[in-house]
Design a protein around this ligand. Sequence first.
Ligand SMILES: C[S@@+](CC[C@H](N)C(=O)[O-])C[C@H]1O[C@@H](n2cnc3c(N)ncnc32)[C@H](O)[C@@H]1O
Length: 387
Amino acid sequence: MSIGTEKTESPIHLRKEELINLGSFYTSDEYVEIVWNFIRPLINSNTVVFDPACGYGAFLKEKTIAKKIGNDIDKKAIEKAKLITGDVIYFNYNALTVLSRETYGIKDSDRLIIIGNPPYNDTTSQAKKRVKRLQFQVEEKLKTRDIGISFLRLFYYLKADYVCILHPLSYLIKRANFRLLKPFNENYILKDGVIISSRVFKKTSKSSEFPIIIALYEKNRTGMDYEYIRNYKFKTIEGKVFRLSDYDYIGNYINKYPRKSETIRERDLLFYTLRDINALKRNRTFLHKPTSNAVRINPDQLDFYVYVDVFKDFINVVPYYFGNMDILINLELFKKYRKYFISYALKKWEFLSKHYQNQNCYDNDIIYIKQYFKELLKEHYVEDSGS
Ligand SMILES: C[S@@+](CC[C@H](N)C(=O)[O-])C[C@H]1O[C@@H](n2cnc3c(N)ncnc32)[C@H](O)[C@@H]1O
């Protein structure tokens, strides 16, 4: 299936700031259909299908024996949804303040399936800081820095039997986010999912593209721990499959973040904080002046920082679905190709020459570096990247 060409259903009644604040990027039928394919086998005459942030009701158009409920904080969206979908009961609440089924007329005995594409909006994010102000209250129990994570927590309090929604993959694969999902992750398990690119929602540039998962969760007494996610076989819409545990990461070899206790001296080599592959796309690598984001380089580990610097220049060979992962490395392979990485970096950074005095430079280093990435990424290597 090709992605990136579908029309995005945009709310026509919102100004740009409102659109960003409410996370109102509507979902096209192609992805709605994936959700319904997951949930159709789970529906019986006792089922309620509920989209708590339904916009124009894209997810509620399906004909089904289930009772359908929609809700949105945006009154105008609900008015429009009523015109588009017939047999749906609508509410106009701030979903992050309603923690009971009762308010929506859902009985304890109903099999509740929550669907949709709730908003995601990292309230601490640096980008778009001026427009990203929260416009609504969030119940204390649900509060975190990202309202998308708050929505997942909400589903635990609504005692959903199944949850099938679109959300950033980073909620699962970044440990810090995964911790914030509690108590959702302690009571639900990821049963199935397909990864798509955020580019289908926003006309974003390639550099700010990130992976979104259409995920099916089932209520489960043991829940899931991070090991479960590490070993989970993620599928992408392009038909690729990967596990986090298939790879080794740079964080196993170097400090990714500045250490509070450490003082930086004049002669220290410095490197920018390393968050994930997408952050590396945007950020600098070697630094010449201390900043609050500067990590002190242990000279014994300089090879690894050279590795990251070169990785950045070849980042287009890495697929979008690895965007929120730490920088991948295969140590054995890197040892084999090391001299080409060093050669490439020496041509770029004059200051490195005193650290690599006996190192040759090679004309064909780029060819070998690409070969490294082909062997590292195998079927995930992105051809035709232009780097
Ligand atoms: C990504 S859109 C999805 C809409 C629809 N489900 C779709 O995919 O076409 C997110 C929706 O969440 C709504 N929303 C944002 N914050 C909300 C809140 N606190 N309570 C209820 N709805 C909210 C927005 O108004 C917007 O319609």
